[in-house]
Design a protein around this ligand. Structure first.
Ligand SMILES: *[C@@H]1O[C@H](CO)[C@@H](O)[C@H](O)[C@H]1NC(C)=O
Ligand SMILES: *[C@@H]1O[C@H](CO)[C@@H](O)[C@H](O)[C@H]1NC(C)=O
Length: 372
């Protein structure tokens, strides 16, 4: 290529990229770990001789020089996200991947099947949905700036930058957003199956789930109870049974697709449920629970679970309902509101917010205490 063309090209690239200029303030531990990539799950489908592979999941493994922790972490992102959530934050700070690898954890980061670096086939995978930039601002990055949202929305203060289009940090974050499978049944099924295949390959592990992948974590544990040594869930999709608008949300209580209950059921209508008569506190929603005697989620009984909810997320008004559903079904969980442990003003994307490493450190201490 002629020099003039290269210069012109790089000028254009320079103009475009200036929108995305971010700090790179992390000078620590370059290449202090080994990385490798592989895929799990997936089947050849289609006519003989013209097969495609469907359902496979991208996995990126980081191995610290000194693996000082007994179990690896499997990090599973939520809707519209990919495993970039765990890497550098949109304003250029250290992410959870680097933090946990420095703490001696081997980590596995996935892109859900049909998402990111895991193939989506227009002809055989289901339809996709998108989250517009405005939706992301309202729900995740700038909830405090919009009227008539949920009661805790105004408390949000931990997103770096304005959280709106045109802000370089927001633009950087929004650039990482991708489309997700529209069907919750399809998403649940493909992540459960690929998650089980991952554990079959790597053995015992601790799951870290966020938002949409919260229910997928329960499903992977249900499929491989002996391989899941703990679950850290951050604002898992919910609430049980019906949402704020009275629409069906999680028909199986904590999930959209079947889980093993005891006594066993084959249809979610066999769960006898009722709405609680009172709320647990101001600005909280009433919860749906089982009528006693409650059926038990037998495969989750012996798994230590940390359940984290932030002060100002849209989850703040209903996550206690999911926690209570799990507890009633025998899945004991440590339900922690961040504001009660001194971390105020967080929204839904806690792994990217200003105090992301403070939260990661708290999680690490919980893991050390609770998982032997
Ligand atoms: C590896 O980590 C363990 C546990 O933290 C520590 O006792 C040991 O000294 C470390 N080894 C090396 C070579 O850094
Ligand atoms: C995003 O999704 C909406 C439906 O939720 C759809 O109407 C719109 O066309 C989609 N946007 C793009 C660019 O595909």
């Amino acid at each position: 290529m002629k020099l003039s063309k290269i210069i012109a090209g790089s000028l254009i690239a320079g103009i475009m990229l200036s929108n995305f200029a971010v700090a790179d303030d992390d000078k620590s531990s370059y290449l202090n770990h080994k990385t490798s990539v592989f895929y799990v799950g997936g089947k050849y489908v289609g006519e003989k001789g013209k097969e495609l592979m469907q359902g496979q999941m991208y996995v990126e493994k980081w191995t610290p020089k000194n693996i000082s922790q007994k179990y690896p972490l499997v990090l599973i992102h939520g809707a519209a996200q990919t495993s970039t959530n765990w890497l550098t934050t949109p304003d250029g700070r250290k992410g959870w991947a680097q933090y946990f690898v420095e703490q001696g954890y081997e980590i596995y980061m996935v892109d859900q099947p049909a998402r990111g670096r895991s193939a989506w086939h227009p002809s055989i995978d289901g339809k996709l949905r998108n989250f517009s930039a405005t939706t992301i601002s309202k729900m995740f990055t700038a909830s405090e700036q919009f009227k008539n949202q949920w009661p805790q929305a105004y408390k949000h203060s931990q997103w770096p930058g304005s959280g709106r289009q045109g802000d370089p940090v927001f633009d950087q974050f929004y650039a990482s957003q991708v489309e997700s499978l529209k069907s919750h049944v399809e998403s649940s099924t493909v992540v459960r199956d690929a998650g089980a295949a991952l554990l079959d390959k790597i053995g015992e592990a601790i799951l870290v789930t966020h938002s949409q992948s919260g229910p997928f974590g329960w499903l992977v544990a249900d499929a491989r109870p002996n391989l899941v040594k703990g679950i850290v869930t951050i604002e898992p999709s919910g609430p049980p049974i019906k949402n704020k608008k009275g629409k069906a949300s999680m028909p199986w209580g904590a999930t959209v697709i079947p889980m093993k209950y005891s006594p066993s059921i084959s249809n979610p209508n066999e769960l006898k449920v009722e709405e609680e008569k009172t709320v647990d506190g101001p600005n909280l929603l009433k919860c749906w629970k089982q009528v006693e005697p409650a059926k038990k989620l037998v495969n989750l009984q012996n798994i230590p679970i940390l359940f984290i909810t932030s002060e100002s997320s849209y989850h703040a008004e209903y996550d206690h309902c999911t926690s209570k559903w799990l507890s009633q079904a025998g899945a004991k969980n440590d339900f922690v509101r961040l504001e009660n442990i001194g971390m105020k003003g967080n929204g839904h994307m806690i792994m990217l917010e200003k105090n992301n490493l403070e939260i990661a450190s708290w999680i690490k201490n919980w893991l050390t205490k609770n998982i032997k």
